[in-house]
Design a protein around this ligand. Sequence first.
Ligand code: NAD
Length: 356
Amino acid sequence: MPIQDPGLDVTLREPVGVCALITPWNFPLVISTWKIAPALACGNTIVVKPASYTPLSVLRLAEILIEAGLPPEAISVLPGPGSAVGNALVTDPRVNKVGFTGSTEVGSKIMALAARNITRVSLELGGKSANVVFADADIDTAVERSVWSVFGNTGQDCCARSRVFVERPAYDDFVAAMAKRTDELRVGPPLDEGTELGPMISAGQRETSLEYLEIGQKEGARLVTGGEIPQVAGGEGGFYLRPAVLADVRNDTRVAQEEIFGPVACLISFDTEEEAIRLANETEYGLSGSIWTRDLGRAIRVAKAIRTGVISVNSSHSVHTEAPFGGYKRSGIGREMGMHAVNLYTEVKNVYFSES
Ligand code: NAD
């Protein structure tokens, strides 16, 4: 860059060093690659710590990378419990950078642990994202996509748009249409071609969703459909749950504020654009979001006003590998993907060459 002193000033990007990449169970392969690919491309060596439930896909990926020519010393995969293996990695002085995806609770612990050695940290954490549907939207499409944006991966998705705000004139019809479409979803074994929703990861995860359904109803919400444990032929032993729609939810209740990480949609009505923005922002999270409207000016205003790392208009997309992804507020720090990932996996060095 041009500088005042005589000479030449050059800025270099260098690898951070050893990166500990700690990942969750909900998209075990995909989320790992979001970290592994840019970390290696930036010249780092990596230690991947997959979630205890889901180590196999990353172990296989590491084998494939080595078969493809990656020096074996550039990658290690260390499965094991977060409390032991994860903790040891985050506090090890040989680790220069921690890239973490998981819950906000664990992310906060990791940030505190990493502070000991001033280890670089990036965090992709939880969410409780808003799906804002205005009455002028293409309601059929909004219903179809809203169903998937909350129930996809059986609701175990950090980007789940689980707070569905619907403008009052469209609200009743939207609730009925969403309940109908939800009822039609085919819950079944993941390897069946016809299955739309598979089981949840564990008995505990399903129990949490069931507890929230009770909490929601005690808080005054109306269970419109779902929440039953179905009998699934060929799925014996799986933790299945019918996706549930809670209507007339208040945004300040637990069911609307806490991340459930299961197939539970909270439907909430609103009257004005200002109210929709206020409600969407009344959350400790800020990861994803959608806006449904045919009014371009409104789409621009609302997209700019909602405090979230990612938002899509007339779409339920959250992630494009070319574009930055990450959270505001308690949803995280840093942006993965695209060119932004380079900031996570490099140090910046300034070199000045004097003329004299
Ligand atoms: P989690 O926080 O329980 O675990 C994530 C990873 O951290 C696992 O590998 C776990 O073993 C490890 N870990 C646990 N305790 C640790 C410790 N003390 N030190 C170091 N590592 C530790 O999360 P989960 O249950 O696997 O995944 C669900 C959560 O992840 C949800 O909150 C979800 O929103 C979030 N998530 C966020 C994104 C995102 O991109 N923002 C994506 C997927 C999931």
